[in-house]
Design a protein around this ligand. Structure first.
Ligand SMILES: Cc1ncc(COP(=O)(O)O)c(C=O)c1O
Length: 394
């Protein structure tokens, strides 16, 4: 039955993780991994998550299925976190709990295909390496818009606007809410406003992938693009993830919010989305969503979560500064200042694939060929070695 199938090549990041694991060098550094890590190299379980889990163990009354749209309490809490408290005055936002942001993207793809089978979705070049397989694989026609200037380590904003100026009315534009993956480079408030003007002029529909809420500046500042678009557009889509900001990666917690032109339209979309969910994974898992709902709805836990979230964000910002300061000593003739201008876990280091290969071979420093680094791999004790090694391959 399966004799016609051929093996798929291993995912580049999984391969890198395995190579790093098998490298016997003590000073090896992993900058490839896609999750948050603390200074000890651990992806921690947040204290607030532990507390909420204990509360669940003590209080959960049933393990019966959730509905296809998940737990209404979770959906309301995430909707308020994303769009702002009480933002859904007229019932135009419908939110479903999904197994991670990935499933939110996949359900959205199904909905889009039902509504507009021939639509084009514009995606940034570059973008998260699962966007194209996930959305394109679901059957959506994709087209790239320029986003990052590799030579100057900045956003190609004018080129981005020019490309979107060519999009057809009704096309969707996939945007990263904050902490653009892989470049870490986000639009400024003014640029978001200009972009909103272009989308509105061309009658394009914003689709915001919001996987790093709270990892750039703070919860409100990071949500600015979502709230701006919500104010200005009759219809939009938002996919969120609790993998990073609650550290719930393996528990698979995310949401899909669709803004409809009216409450009636939102209700129809919700019924279609639930129908798609039924055929994909039937119902979402409960545990992680229940943890998030409990944290967000308990003022004490919520305040502690904000502190824990700020701790992760500040560590990332601190490591970026440390690396740039160390590189200004070891490679003073090179400008790495873009590393501190980037948000979240990732950015491009800005070295060639050959230099990436030398970092791995000669120094045991692991990053993907594009030179995307996860700054979580940097610590106070390895930053000097890292900066010396980078200088050596430049
Ligand atoms: C841009 C982006 N979107 C979505 C996701 C999906 O995350 P998850 O499915 O774990 O919620 C990720 C995860 O790395 C991401 O980087």
């Amino acid at each position: 039955m399966f004799e016609t199938l051929e093996a798929k090549p291993a995912d580049a990041i999984l391969k890198l993780i395995a190579e790093h694991r098998d490298d016997p060098r003590e000073n090896k550094i992993d900058l490839g991994v896609g999750v948050y890590r603390d200074a000890k190299g651990v992806t921690p379980i947040l204290n607030t998550v532990k507390t909420a889990e204990q509360w669940l163990v003590d209080n959960q009354a049933s393990k019966a299925y959730l509905g296809c749209a998940g737990d209404p309490e979770f959906c309301k809490a995430i909707q308020n976190l994303t769009f702002g408290d009480g933002s859904d005055q007229d019932g135009r936002i419908t939110t479903l709990q999904t197994p991670g942001g990935s499933a939110a993207l996949r359900v959205a793809a199904g909905l889009i295909l039902r509504a507009m089978p021939d639509v084009t979705m514009w995606v940034s070049d570059p973008t998260w390496n699962n966007h194209v397989p996930l959305l394109g694989g679901a059957g959506i026609k994709l087209q790239a818009y320029p986003y990052y200037d590799n030579d100057n380590n900045c956003i190609r904003f004018d080129d981005m606007l020019a490309a979107l100026g060519q999009a057809a009315a009704g096309d969707l534009v996939l945007l990263h809410g904050c902490c653009h993956n892989p470049t870490g480079m986000d639009l400024t408030v003014e640029q978001w406003q200009q972009l909103a003007d272009v989308l509105a002029d061309r009658n394009l529909i914003p689709f915001i992938d919001f996987a790093y809420h709270g990892f750039a500046v703070d919860l409100d500042a990071d949500a600015y693009p979502v709230r701006l678009m919500f104010e200005r557009f009759a219809e939009m889509i938002v996919a969120t993830s609790c993998s990073k900001n609650f550290g719930l990666y393996r528990d698979r917690v995310g949401s899909l919010s669709i803004v409809g032109a009216s409450a009636e339209s939102a209700a129809i979309v919700n019924s279609q989305a639930q129908n798609i969910v039924r055929t994909l994974y039937s119902v979402p898992p409960d545990h992680g969503g229940a943890v998030v709902a409990h944290i967000l709805n308990n003022s004490e836990l919520r305040a502690t979560w904000l502190t824990e979230l700020a701790g992760m964000r500040q560590r990332l910002q601190g490591m970026r500064k440390l690396l740039v300061a160390a590189l200004s000593e070891t490679a003073p003739e090179h400008d790495f200042s873009h590393v501190v201008r980037a948000n979240g876990m990732f950015c491009y280091l800005g070295v060639s694939a050959e230099q990436v290969a030398r970092l791995k071979q000669d120094f045991g420093i692991y990053l993907v060929d594009s030179s995307r680094i996860n700054v979580c791999g940097i610590t106070e004790s390895n930053v000097s070695y890292l900066a010396e090694s980078i200088a050596a391959v430049l």
